[in-house]
Design a protein. Structure first.
Length: 95
């Protein structure tokens, strides 16, 4: 698993709709659907129940959401901290 999959999962859970989540993540609905199915296969569980145009968290999905939200929050905080303390890389100006 990588951070992008966790972000995709939390976005889908928040939107409860694949099309809305895909738009927010700049994916096509088909691409995000395939990525979600691949992620569920990787984890070995169904994260969502599909109901028409709505996605409802399964029990496994609800348990995973808590950890995925924490992971993405920590990752965001870490990258913000690193960007604030690391020097800006020197890029020479071309003339």
């Amino acid at each position: 698993m990588n951070i992008e999959r966790a972000k995709e999962f939390t976005t889908i859970a928040r939107c409860q709709n694949l099309s809305a989540a895909a738009k927010e993540l700049n994916f096509s609905s088909a691409t995000l659907s395939a990525r979600l199915k691949s992620f569920e296969s990787y984890l070995g569980c169904q994260l969502f129940y599909r109901d028409n145009n709505r996605l409802i968290l399964s029990e496994d999905g609800a348990r995973f959401l808590v950890d995925a939200q924490e992971i993405t929050k920590d990752y965001t905080a870490l990258t913000e901290t690193l960007h604030s303390v690391l020097p800006v890389p020197f890029l020479p100006i071309r003339t």
